[in-house]
Design a binder for this molecule. Structure first.
Ligand code: NAP
Length: 474
């Protein structure tokens, strides 16, 4: 039986606090309970991380790497258990959850190695009696706030580089999905991280967040979640000039040109749109298809969509699980109804499924236009709106016409057209004939209101380091 408690300074705590239920979105049943922590617990966690910082930062990158590698091995050893916890609290199909466990573990492995490559610099001097250098230091205590849609990967994408750089961490997972995060911390404890290096507090996001953003001992907050909350955190962090990394919302366009390989475009769009029931920040949210192939694409895509199996993620053969909660279903339904009442035509799905659980049928709406809600907001559900376009200029303008700038997708067999289009797109990640571009070794993050900074790749460790310029008189 796992400890569904908080972990502060090497102790499992919070049994005596009020407990909050965690629900299974497929059944509505309570899966477990977690402590309803608040200000006091957040302060204790920050103090523990602050006390542990010096000792952790003083370890060599090689010693830290060994622990991260052990943590990675334990994740793989416990992959089924982790995936089952994730499916039960979040809903994604078990095989997809297992995929996330591997993706998440890979961040630990990658940064176990990358921590050994935190190089400084020497700079040619302008006078003979000086030597100029740039040193790199861990930034300090890092607070990580994570969302529910990738309960493991969004955490290890932060913990991996933070720990490898020599930072200590305090974690606040989403209240919808705290169990995967708690299990990960349990595995980290098993791997042997010293007490205070990793701490987790569940409970009131407002109270815990306020401590993280305003306590001077926290030197960096790394957040993945909605743009709305990200903006609040920026305001709150101003009083201590908090360093922030923000991985926020998206509204990804998928552009399909008339020279695209239709099969590739259908497969890529299915992968981008319906992974995690459409609840990913990089989900294709607006599909633009050039007029010559519009009907052919819509037919082929709708056919494939109708074949997707919706159900409990623990059931063999399920492609699409439930949405995270009732509010998620209502938002999706509102977007579909708004599109239909403004001229959109449903060619697959278009309705809730069943009385129990938060299931929505995989949906395709064609003939949408830019005035509809669905073309302006993150839907975060299994709905694919398709709009016809004529020219490159027109579609680039449509694609960029959003405050978001996270991911975009382009399907064309023409190198020249693909290159010219991508150069003009204001998005941090582009999949060219690829519906699933994320990779641990590549930088992930958005432009405009989709965030600040990058996670993953060799770039992802920079946000956890301070640069110190040292001028040495000799
Ligand atoms: P959310 O509502 O912004 O919540 C994210 C996290 O912030 C949760 O842990 C939440 O805790 C916490 N939180 C909420 N209000 C807070 C406050 N006032 N102060 C401090 N913390 C607060 O987002 P979500 O619904 O969990 O996740 C979906 C969003 O995340 C989508 O917009 C999606 O695009 C985005 N996302 C972005 C990326 C990326 O890499 N760019 C990746 C995944 C998801 P509680 O749950 O306890 O309220």
């Amino acid at each position: 039986m796992m400890n569904n408690l908080n972990y502060i300074n090497g102790e499992w705590t919070g049994k005596n606090l009020q407990q909050s239920p965690v629900y299974n979105p497929s059944t509505g049943e309570v899966v477990s309970e977690v402590p309803k922590g608040g200000k006091q617990e957040a302060v204790q966690a920050v103090a523990a991380a602050s006390d542990a910082f010096e000792g952790w930062a003083d370890q060599t990158a090689y010693d830290r790497s060994k622990l991260l590698r052990k943590f990675f091995d334990l994740m793989i050893e416990h992959e089924d258990e982790l995936a089952e916890i994730m499916t039960k609290e979040m809903g994604k199909p078990f095989k997809e959850a297992k995929g996330e466990v591997h993706y998440a573990a890979n961040y630990l492995e990658w940064y176990a190695e990358e921590g050994k490559r935190i190089y400084g610099e020497t700079i040619p001097t302008h006078v003979p009696n000086k030597r100029l250098q740039v040193w790199k230091k861990p930034i300090g205590v890092v607070a990580a706030i994570t969302p529910w849609n990738f309960p493991a990967a969004m955490l290890t994408r932060k913990m991996g580089p933070a720990l490898a750089a020599g930072c200590t961490v305090v974690i606040k997972p989403s209240s919808e999905t705290p169990l995967t995060a708690i299990k990960l911390v349990e595995l980290a404890e098993k791997a042997g991280f010293p007490k205070g290096v990793i701490n987790i507090v569940t409970g009131s996001s407002r109270e815990i967040g306020e401590v993280f953003l305003t306590d001077e001992r926290v030197r960096k907050v790394t957040f993945t979640g909605s743009t709305e909350v990200g903006k609040k955190l920026m305001e709150q962090g101003a009083s201590t000039v908090k360093k922030l990394s923000l991985e926020l919302g998206g509204h990804a366009p998928i552009i399909i040109y008339n020279d695209a390989d239709i099969e590739k475009a259908v497969n890529g769009t299915i992968a981008s749109k319906f992974r995690n029931a459409g609840q990913t920040c990089v989900c294709g949210n607006r599909i633009y298809v050039q007029s010559d192939i519009y009907d052919e694409f819509v037919d082929a895509f709708a056919d494939r969509t109708k074949q997707l199996q919706v159900g409990d993620g623990m059931k063999e053969g399920t492609d699409i699980g439930p949405l995270i909660n009732e509010a998620g279903v209502e938002k999706v339904d509102e977007h579909v109804k708004n599109a239909v009442s403004n001229g959109g035509v449903v060619v697959a799905g278009g309705h809730r499924i069943g009385e129990k659980g938060n299931f929505y049928s995989p949906t395709v709406v064609k003939d949408v236009n830019p005035s509809m809600l669905i073309m302006n907001e993150e839907t975060f559900g299994p709905v694919a709106p398709i709009q016809k376009f004529e020219t490159e200029e027109e579609v680039i303008q449509l694609a960029n016409d959003t405050p978001y700038g996270l991911a975009a997708y382009v399907f064309t067999e023409s190198v020249s057209r693909g290159t010219k289009t991508i150069e003009k797109l204001d998005f941090g990640i582009v999949g060219w004939n690829d519906g699933a571009p994320s990779a641990v070794q590549a930088p992930f993050g958005g432009m405009k209101e989709s965030g600040l900074g990058r996670e993953g790749g060799h770039q992802g460790i920079d946000d956890f380091l301070e640069m110190q310029y040292v001028s040495i008189g000799i």
